[in-house]
Design a protein around this ligand. Structure first.
Ligand SMILES: Cc1cc2nc3c(=O)[nH]c(=O)nc-3n(C[C@H](O)[C@H](O)[C@H](O)COP(=O)(O)O)c2cc1C
Length: 537
């Protein structure tokens, strides 16, 4: 009963932060530009350790990298590779100046409202050219700053209940600073923390894989211990995910109690607004002990389905420990309610795009206006396969299902569909032209109607919460963000564009029902060709 009540925290949070036409019109929230948070975390008393700018260009073909077609494992991790990784995950890739003097420094990964609340830390054990220690990465001056001296991998391994972290060369930790995003989005920002760290992880895991660094993503860890290790003010910033990188070597020192660190930082703004609902759901989804991490992984960590996509030959083999995404939760499981299904077989996804991963990331930018031109069916199939390809993590794939509104794709009649990855096909939910409905569902944004196709990520949230507790809420949003980020990369690699979008929650579910009855809308990504060259920025 207590567990049931506990789980209701995520359900309640999700429902209370739902967008609807009424909630948007009645919100009353305005942006207070005087307190817009600064977009970089600046440690004022720590010397910068500059990163080399002549780093590896990560030239592996983008689609091969997304399919997990990794080179031989790297024998070492050097500063150049670490710099390449940090740049392509979180670096400043473009500067845009606006008439009147405004300037935005756009980053490698997309982020809601360009607010960039995701911060990056690295626990370094064996990186050639870098002292062991705990570092913060600042994209502003492309430098690291050491927060702790000495090897902290043992402490991180204990906090993550994953002994291998003490032997892997380095582990990246992603966090989020709440106020950067709540300033604009209020409590709903909690969802964005996982969408945006997800898009960053799409870049980071693809680049790490392409460099032979065998990334392993961990969503389970003792939150208070990792927050303490990083020296975070846990009411304002929290660790979200860990990614272990590089070869294994001799283990770091065994964990010993770590003193508190609290290096001074520049305030983000002169005033902040607290959103207790956000802190409540984060606290309710924490794991407090190593035993709890182990139990959480053992209980929820198995695959939701034994189905993998490998049988179809459409994609490469899944990474060890994690099947390629094959949604067992609805689309791949029991038949959906309604009339007998009809399917459209998608063409074979393209294996290569002819564009290196580093180049794709450098030129990526959310499409601000889609032309209404169609995509080829193979282009769409390639995005869908890349978005859902497997990779190594401590939670199973397939928590979210991909639904689509196809507005304009060659050989695919306009309509609403469910994507079935294991067979590489689209299941027809409803035929018809739905451009105006799609724009409406995406919070009445034209992007949703002008796109060639729009992916709606839906998940059986209650089932996920039953299995993973409140932390399942993090997983559903994270997986959708990650898949959305991979969709961006697959689209730009093929020469067209993408944009993440927000949405009207209940209306999305209603649109795809009865097929999607009982699920929740989690995230949206639109795909298509930019209206004019200049608009893909
Ligand atoms: C999770 C997510 C949700 C987004 N939602 C919207 C949206 O609703 N409307 C929109 O115009 N752009 C949306 N975007 C695009 C962001 O505004 C864009 O990523 C940000 O301005 C940075 O620009 P860039 O992607 O071109 O680098 C979203 C992006 C992400 C990653």
């Amino acid at each position: 009963m207590a567990a049931d009540r506990e789980r209701q925290i995520a359900r309640r949070f999700h429902d209370r932060t739902a967008h609807s036409p009424a909630s948007i019109r009645m919100s009353g929230h305005t942006l207070d530009w005087d307190v817009k948070p600064f977009l970089f975390k600046v440690y004022t008393d720590l010397p910068a350790v500059p990163l080399p700018r002549a780093f590896d260009p990560v030239s592996m073909d983008t689609l091969l990298a997304l399919a997990g077609d990794a080179p031989a494992p790297a024998q070492s991790l050097g500063l150049d590779e670490l710099a390449a990784l940090l740049y392509h995950a979180a670096g400043v890739t473009r500067k845009k100046e606006y008439p009147g003097g405004g300037e935005v420094l756009f980053r490698a990964a997309p982020s809601t409202g360009a607010l960039y609340q995701t911060e990056v830390y690295v626990a370094v054990g064996a990186v050639d050219g870098l002292e062991p220690g705990l570092y913060h990465f600042c994209p502003g001056d492309f430098a690291l700053r050491r927060l702790r001296d000495g090897d902290v991998r043992g402490a991180l391994a204990a906090a993550a209940a994953e002994a291998a972290l003490a032997r892997r060369a380095a582990t990246v930790v992603l966090t989020a600073i709440y106020w950067r995003n709540t300033w604009k989005y209020e409590a709903r920002a909690y969802r964005h923390l996982f969408w945006d760290s997800g898009t960053m992880l799409a870049n980071l895991t693809a680049v790490a894989g392409a460099l032979g660094l065998q990334p392993r993503l961990l969503a389970g860890f003792v939150d208070p211990e990792v927050n303490h290790l990083l020296g975070l003010d846990a009411d304002r910033e929290a660790a979200l995910e860990l990614v272990a990188l590089g070869p294994e070597g001799p283990p770091g020192a065994p964990p010993a109690p770590l003193p508190a660190v609290a290096h001074p930082i520049l305030p983000l703004s002169s005033a902040e607004v607290d959103y207790p609902a956000l802190r409540e759901i984060h606290r309710a989804s924490m794991l407090e002990t190593e035993a709890a991490v182990r139990a959480w992984r053992a209980g929820g960590g198995g695959p939701l389905s034994t189905t993998t996509a490998t049988a179809t030959g459409l994609v490469g083999a899944p990474a060890p420990g994690r099947p390629a995404a094959a949604a067992a939760t609805g689309l791949e499981g029991a038949p959906a309610p309604g009339p007998p299904a009809s399917f459209i077989a998608l063409p074979e996804p393209r294996r290569e795009a002819g564009r290196g991963l580093g180049e794709t990331i450098q030129h990526r930018g959310s499409t601000r206006q889609f032309g209404r031109t169609p995509l080829a069916a193979a282009e769409l199939a390639t995005v869908l396969a890349a978005a859902t390809a497997g990779f190594d993590a401590d939670f199973p794939a397939g928590l979210v299902d991909l639904y689509l509104i196809v507005n304009a794709a060659e050989d695919i009649p306009p309509g609403a569909y469910g994507y079935r990855r294991e067979s590489g096909s689209l299941e027809l939910v409803r035929a018809g032209p739905y451009r105006s409905e799609s724009a409406y569902l995406c919070l009445e944004q034209a992007l949703g109607g002008d796109a060639a196709a729009v992916i709606y990520f839906l998940a059986p949230l209650d089932t996920i919460l039953e299995r993973f507790g409140n932390r399942g809420y993090r997983l559903a949003n994270l997986e959708a963000g990650l898949a959305g980020g991979r969709a961006y990369l697959a689209a730009y690699a093929q020469g067209f564009g993408a944009s993440g979008l927000t949405f009207y929650d209940a209306q999305v579910v209603e649109f795809f029902s009865p097929h999607a009855a009982g699920k929740d809308a989690i995230f949206v990504t639109a795909l298509g060709r930019a209206a004019r060259r200049a608009t893909t920025r």
